[in-house]
Design a protein around this ligand. Structure first.
Ligand SMILES: Cc1cc2nc3c(=O)[nH]c(=O)nc-3n(C[C@H](O)[C@H](O)[C@H](O)COP(=O)(O)OP(=O)(O)OC[C@H]3O[C@@H](n4cnc5c(N)ncnc54)[C@H](O)[C@@H]3O)c2cc1C
Length: 293
């Protein structure tokens, strides 16, 4: 039995009971969707909208689903920060169709914590979809926004490995809105792009950033990738792996088509063959994507 149906049983006011029964009926499904899912109402808000509902506590506990866990990419290297795990979290917020501001539960809570206080948070570690690359593997990383999270760890790790032996280069494409507002870890990337660092062009790597809103026309990571198509191709020929992380909306498919274009252009093959070539790379386990909405 669903929550709205149970609420209708416990509603004391007739108009509330009728409204809830309508929501629970097949005819009311679309209105319920607009009222509930589209507006992302919480259980508490729904109960407040129907104040005559006197649901016994044990029913409430049984019906409310457990809070879902949130996944975050580990954005630090254990070599660089022993016994620590860093996260890079963006605070989620948006407007509903009825112009109610909604804040993401976990990201807002994390952002509100006092950094001076210690707090225990239950955490589970899973191997994600981005395998840890060995130091000898050349890397092409594409991580706009918080998509840079896993790559911060990769760059930190390789920088430390490079102190004790040879390491393969990394090319990293980062993107954000403005240089002033959301250029995450600017110093870190710039530091490793200089003085023969792991992201330096001198070492066969590179760091390229797209500021989408700093000029009239939008510039995204794909544009920066096309500008560096020769470098990307050189690294692909050197058996590089591709890692893509960030928003799942349009970015992963746009980045895939950009790689198709680069392989076609630099490899001198048709777009169709470029697609086959990339699919083969994917099958070999050399094209990894971790994307979220
Ligand atoms: C494998 C993986 C790795 C991840 N890594 C990271 C990471 O490194 N950093 C990071 O910040 N996040 C990461 N995420 C996303 C993270 O797990 C959470 O989804 C995110 O932080 C939001 O959680 P929340 O509790 O703040 O928001 P919630 O309360 O869960 O609300 C978010 C939900 O609101 C809805 N929503 C959001 N925006 C809108 C909108 N504009 N319009 C309508 N509905 C909307 C969506 O349904 C979304 O799922 C990752 C996710 C996965 C699956």
């Amino acid at each position: 039995m669903d929550f709205i149906q149970v609420m209708s049983y416990f509603a004391k006011a007739q108009h509330e009971r009728e409204r809830l029964q309508y929501f629970a009926s097949p005819e009311g499904r679309e209105d319920l969707y607009q009222y509930n899912q589209k507006e992302r109402r919480t259980v508490l808000e729904v109960l407040q909208d129907f104040p005559s509902v006197q649901m016994p506590f044990e029913w409430l506990v049984q019906l409310v689903p457990p809070m879902k866990t949130r996944a975050f990419s580990v954005s630090s290297s254990l070599l660089a920060h022993p016994n620590q795990v860093h996260l890079t979290v963006s605070v989620v917020s948006w407007m509903t169709p009825y112009k109610r501001k909604r804040n993401g539960l976990c990201s807002t809570w994390l952002a509100g914590l006092d950094p001076q206080l210690s707090i225990y948070i239950p955490a589970w570690f899973h191997e994600g979809s981005l395998p840890r690359p060995p130091p000898s593997l050349p890397l092409i990383l594409v991580g706009p926004g918080t998509g840079c999270a896993p790559f911060r760890g990769f760059v930190e790790e390789r920088a430390i490995q490079s102190l004790s032996g040879p390491t393969a280069p990394i090319i990293f494409f980062f993107g954000c809105r403005n240089e002033e507002s959301d250029y995450l870890y600017k110093e870190l990337w710039l530091h490793h792009s200089q003085n023969e660092g792991v992201l330096s062009e001198a070492k066969g790597g590179g760091f390229y950033v797209a500021f989408s809103r700093d000029q009239p026309q939008k510039v995204y990571v794909q544009h920066k990738m096309l500008e560096q198509s020769q470098r990307i191709w050189n690294l692909l020929v050197a058996k590089a792996s591709i890692y893509v992380a960030g928003s799942s909306t349009k970015m992963p498919s746009d980045v895939w088509s950009t790689f198709e274009e680069i392989v076609s252009r630099e490899g001198g093959i048709s777009r169709d063959f470029a697609a086959i070539w990339l699919k083969a790379l994917n099958r070999e386990g050399k094209y990894h994507v971790e994307a979220w909405s």
